[in-house]
Design a protein around this ligand. Structure first.
Ligand code: BES
Ligand code: MN
Ligand code: ZN
Length: 498
């Protein structure tokens, strides 16, 4: 019904309407340009702060309605704690907090990108803009009416005041592209499964072609020829045909091995014959959050013309109970030749990934593989919604993911793998079984994946906890967080671009 905020930059000046947002520190100090622009109104801040016990603590805010001496309708002061402690991700959060203080009815807002001790640099100002766009996101395309007392949200124009607007342009182009990519992932996650089934998902991934990404789709016939029977077995109970989509961005050296991202794309997970209970089953429209993130990352890399060869591969299926659905006890032969006994048809993500990981590894010989999957409820028991579970066979790749996680706020926590856990998925009848019992459920799921990655450097991110219900409320008030896009974009930028 309304688009999100549109963000622009201009040099510091005082707006004559709308909402004005400024920043202060723990001593309620304002920046020099901010003080100059506010003039006598700066005194109001101190008075209102005392009345409100506002101390400028990081993330707190003070609201002044119709401040005398100013023409704006509202002045918002946001605390940023100790400016020297602010990290890059904190500027994204400050932008999100600012956006959160702009009322739905506002048509325009101005944010002065100045810290008490100095003007924000172009990167920091652009990060504010990223936060504004992430926080301003809504998924309301299916709302056709509004209650009488509900304000109609407008596409608010947010102007960010900076020292030198021309110098922000490059940084903003990159951040704006990143925002688009996170929002694309969110849209895919939020879209209901009657709209977003595998073929439709593949079609939407095809839109990346306009950015110069090569997009190839494997249909059921192609997958049968390749022998992807583990993936096909999951989808065989659905009227919607399965798909695999391969996206390639070649911005690196010719013939350099690509970095590869692989996503679980279960468009809906009923559990299949091992059907799930009804409570919260609707959330399983988000069981393709891994695939959504991979599409988002590929778009982000292409949008900023990243100097890297990158490959995104997503396995798209719908897991349904049906006369033709796969049964517990069934044995499937994977593309790798290894066989899997199905114990529980609800442990379907690992079956999809087994074939896609093997396909990517053998066909593209990637530099590393990182898969993302809403794989196990058990990872939520272990880590809640704050960290994704990180598993892998390569310490260097794992360390880099941990660092990129700290830098972006999309944090990962390393979990163990080992032969003791691997044993737990040995099967009486086949090479392995698809569940390893109740204990260590996230680990045994990862052990199954490990059997399909060969010697390639590999990391597995279990995003069941982080994938669609974000805890980062400063920059995300909606279901479907688009988690992982910033993390992987940063990983590539820091370590893998030539
Ligand atoms: N998609 C689910 C995991 C999940 C649950 C993600 C809740 C997000 C929120 C996955 O396919 C699944 O059903 N896993 C089972 C595995 C079990 C049957 C071994 C689980 O975690 O219960
Ligand atoms: Mn499942
Ligand atoms: Zn699932």
């Amino acid at each position: 019904m309304a688009d999100g905020p549109s963000v622009g930059f201009s040099s510091f000046s005082l707006p004559t309407a709308g909402v004005l947002v400024v920043f202060c520190d723990e001593g309620l100090r304002l920046g020099s340009a901010t003080r100059r622009l506010l003039g006598p109104a700066a005194g109001l801040v101190a008075r209102a702060a005392a009345a409100d016990r506002f101390k400028g603590k990081s993330g707190s805010s003070l609201d002044l309605v119709a401040p005398g001496d100013l023409k704006v309708a509202r002045l918002v002061v946001i605390g940023c704690g100790k400016p020297a402690d602010l990290k890059r991700k904190d500027f994204v959060k400050l932008g999100g907090i600012a956006m959160g203080k702009i009322p739905a009815a506002a048509a325009s807002a101005t944010i002065l990108a100045e810290l008490p001790n100095k003007a924000m640099n172009p990167e920091q100002a652009a990060d504010l803009g990223l936060g504004v766009r992430l926080r301003g996101y809504r998924f309301d395309r299916y709302k056709t009416k509004r209650k009488d007392d509900e304000e109609k949200p407008q596409a608010v124009k947010v102007d960010i005041g900076v020292a030198d607007a021309a110098r922000v342009r490059t940084a903003w182009t990159a951040r704006n592209g990143l925002a688009d990519s996170v929002l694309l992932a969110r849209d895919l996650i939020n879209e209901p499964a009657n709209v977003l089934y595998p073929a439709e998902f593949a079609r939407r991934a095809g839109a990346l072609k306009r950015l110069g990404v090569a997009v190839d789709v494997l249909d059921v016939g192609a997958m049968k020829k390749l022998g992807m029977n583990a993936l096909l077995g999951v989808g065989q109970g659905s009227v919607h045909e399965s798909r695999v989509v391969i996206m390639r961005w070649n911005g690196g050296k010719k013939d350099a091995a690509p970095v590869a991202f692989i996503g679980k794309g279960v468009c809906f997970d009923t559990g299949g014959i091992s059907i799930k209970p009804a409570a919260s089953m609707e959330d399983m429209k988000g069981d393709m959050a891994g695939a959504a993130c991979v599409v988002g990352v590929m778009q982000a890399l292409a949008a900023r013309k990243a100097k890297v060869n990158a490959l995104g591969a997503i396995g798209l299926v719908e897991n349904m109970p049906d006369g033709n659905a796969q049964r517990p006890g069934d044995i499937v032969k994977t593309m790798s030749g290894q066989t899997i006994e199905i114990i529980n048809t609800d442990a379907e993500g690992r079956l999809v990934l087994a074939d896609v990981l093997h396909y990517v590894n053998t066909k593209y010989k990637p530099r590393f593989m990182i898969d993302l999957a809403t794989l196990t409820g058990a990872i939520m028991v272990a880590l809640g919604q704050e960290y994704a579970g990180l598993f892998g066979n390569d310490d260097k790749l794992a360390d880099r993911l941990v660092k990129a996680g700290q830098a972006t706020g999309e944090r990962v926590w390393r979990m163990p793998l080992g032969p003791e856990y691997d044993k737990m998925i040995d099967s009486k009848f086949a090479d392995m079984k698809n569940t390893g019992g109740r204990w260590g459920g996230s680990i045994t799921a990862a052990q199954l994946l490990a059997r399909f990655v060969g010697k390639t450097a590999w990391a597995h991110l279990d995003i069941a906890g982080t994938g669609f219900s974000s805890s980062q409320t400063e920059i995300n008030r909606s279901w479907g967080g688009g988690w992982g896009v910033q993390l992987l974009d940063r990983l590539v930028a820091e370590y893998y671009e030539r």
